[in-house]
Design a protein around this ligand. Structure first.
Ligand code: SF4
Length: 324
């Protein structure tokens, strides 16, 4: 029987799950994803984490708890960087250690360092895995290539406007969706980290609520690295953090497209990197006279409160239009 590997369905799940899913399936593992976040997951994560951790990290711990007794091992990579001069936030860097020290009774943890700026770190990971699993090095490399192809396809679906969950189902052949609808009268960029925006539990269904209000939503996953290229040097100095830079660069991309009616920044309470990103967006959009609303989420966020703010924001933009 195939060994099972647990993959918590949050954080880099939204960006890289197809790659890792294909990779592990190709070297003989059965991949088990945790279910979508719910109250139980969140409460379990809150119980084992420090109070001032951001909600995505609390949720991650909850997903690990949901998986730990159902799998032979867990995959908790340490995302360091995907390119030079950038890194992931300190919580990503310490993730495997945090999980190990906070949750008792864990199975074996596979925790490679993902540091694409350093070429040899990937080959070391592949050869270690080949040794550990008894799979040949050549097969591991073949699995990496296959995973790369699937990931490319996934990114293409995100560009077309599919949310990560639907795109994942599409590439697994589980879901037959039509094209994403764009029939609203307003275009609003909803910017923030994918694990906040696309986790409907912690974002209290923000995307769905906006759609119900007749809004066309634009997120940073809809902009490819190539499309971002012209904006990579737009700031006097980029941030250190991978996701923060992409939030800012996508903002400039959407601003340059010229059809934006407003911007919503979804940020997690106690997120260090976002403190700067949020202020930067506020100043830039004030200068351009484009409506801006930050929404800070934490474990106490409620759907009714967010709904009231979204309705007010959308009404204000429609009202403003009448006088332009
Ligand atoms: S970037 Fe912010 S929200 Fe994301 S894990 Fe780090 S502190 Fe949390």
């Amino acid at each position: 029987m195939k060994p099972t590997i647990g993959f918590p369905a949050t954080l880099f799940y939204y960006t890289d799950a197809p790659f890792w899913y294909t990779f592990f399936e190709n070297i003989g593992y059965k991949v088990i994803f945790s279910s979508a976040t719910n109250n139980k997951t969140l409460d379990a994560g809150i119980r084992v984490t420090v109070t001032d951790a951001c909600v995505p990290i609390k949720v991650y711990h909850g997903h690990v708890i949901a998986l730990k007794d159902k799998v032979d091992c867990l995959f908790i990579p340490r995302y360091v960087s995907l390119e030079k001069k950038e890194t992931f936030c300190p919580k990503f860097l310490g993730l495997p250690s945090m999980v190990r020290s906070s949750i008792p009774g864990l199975p074996e943890i596979i925790a490679p360092d993902i540091e694409l700026g350093r070429f040899f770190s990937q080959w070391r990971f592949c050869s270690e895995l080949a040794e550990r699993t008894g799979v040949s090095f050549a097969k591991v490399i073949q699995a990496v290539r296959q995973a790369g192809k699937v990931q490319k396809n996934y990114l293409r679906l995100l560009r077309q406007g599919y949310i990560p969950q639907k795109a994942l189902k599409l590439i697994k052949g589980e879901f037959n969706a039509g094209s994403p609808n764009r029939q609203g009268d307003l275009n609003i960029a909803v910017l923030g980290y994918p694990y906040q925006i696309h986790d409907s539990h912690i974002s209290v269904n923000l995307l769905k609520q906006l759609k119900q209000l007749g809004v066309n939503i634009w997120t940073m996953e809809m902009v490819s690295e190539n499309m971002l290229r012209p904006y990579r040097k737009i700031m006097a100095k980029n941030h250190f953090w991978h996701f923060s830079n992409r939030v800012i660069w996508s903002l400039f991309y959407f601003l340059n497209k010229g059809n934006l009616d407003g911007v919503i920044h979804v940020t997690a309470f106690a997120c260090g990197p976002d403190a700067m990103v949020d202020k930067f967006m506020e100043l830039e959009l004030k200068q351009r006279k484009i409506p801006f609303m930050p929404i800070t989420i934490d474990e106490h966020s409620g759907e009714a409160g967010v709904r009231t703010r979204l309705e007010a924001f959308v009404d204000m933009i429609r009202h403003r239009r009448q006088y332009q």
